[in-house]
Design a protein around this ligand. Sequence first.
Ligand code: PLP
Length: 424
Amino acid sequence: MSSLSHLASVDPEIYAITQAELTRQQSTLEMIASENFTSLAVMEACGTVLTNKYAEGQPAKRYYAGCEIVDKAENLAIERAKQLFGAFHVNVQPHSGAQANMAAFMAAGLKAGDTIMGMDLSHGGHLTHGSPVNFSGMYYNVVSYGVDAQTERLNYDEIRRLAVEHQPKLIICGTSAYPRNIDFARFRAIADAVGAIVLADISHISGLVVAGIHPSPFPHCHLVTTTTHKTLRGPRGGIIMSADETYAKAIDKATFPGIQGGPLMHIIAAKAVAFKEALSPEFKEYAQHVAENAQILASTLQERGVKITTGGTDTHLLVIDFTPQDKTGKEMQQLFEEIGVTANKNTVPNDTRSPFVTSGVRLGTPALTTRGFDAPAMKALAHILADAILLENPPLAELKARIEALGEQFPLYPELLAKSQVAV
Ligand SMILES: *Cc1c(COP(=O)(O)O)cnc(C)c1O
């Protein structure tokens, strides 16, 4: 990244904030499962003159002149994404995962009042899968499915029963806090039984999918959305894909003019860079390490007697259930933060506590694995977390020192030395 010298002189306040945030990222352990650290190449692409260009429409079919150069960037992003996911059609313009889902609903031909089925947010779904506070819950008739009370896993027989009873037009599969693989073929079979369209939202797992660690939603799902900034390790944004040409035109029309105006060409260029990186053998290795690190984290915590929902993980994340310790997700999120670990509270299946308190914490390994965390480091980290969870009066200063020592072994962005330690 540039030295940010212009930013520092034009706006010292914002500059100081960027440096303080850099220091925060470098000096804490990031375990929020939806976060990652992009390469410097991705970040550089975000900070280019491509931000200046209006390019409403599709490559070679724009509403503005002068798009012939940014067209090349968008075409590269599209071609690389197709290769990466094995998709027939890709639209790289959605500004975020939520926008990608909104456009996918429109591409599926949904009208207000239509019935959709999605996973309950408190069981690991996403706001955009039918939460009452989101557009998806406000404008559609939502039927939610959850996980089985005993196994804490998806119960496909129950999902089928709900689908037959309610005859949804769209069934969404995909989660933000479910640690197990999703059976896309079974979702398709259920959808076929009731004539529904399947939307797979692989926002969390797309990095694992492209590396072949999690099964692919293709060719089973009609529409596929993902964010680009989670396990995929690209810039903040979303994309929409389809398995064949049936929904290709509808996807493009829904994205623009359906729900968005001009695309963010600098971010699309950065998506292209991230897709190139994700096509490399190194990325496959990275994704393998992400999953292995999650396994080690889960098994070490379990050996220490910590309860993990579903008894483990197949992916990059796990959810700790603090019910046996009678602790809340809220207090444990805070305790983790005090020792230098950033994570988020999360409901556990059939949680008796409110979403603001919760009985769990979600932990993910994508960001730490980008820093280079290996199996021994992950094991050491799991023991520190277990001490924090299980000890009667956890020695905070000591745990914090152990976290710091561990982090120092894996420097983040060593090229970027924070220029100022100004408090903001
Ligand atoms: C993160 C996420 C989204 C939303 O992505 P944003 O970029 O935050 O809008 C949508 N669906 C799922 C499953 C997610 O995990």
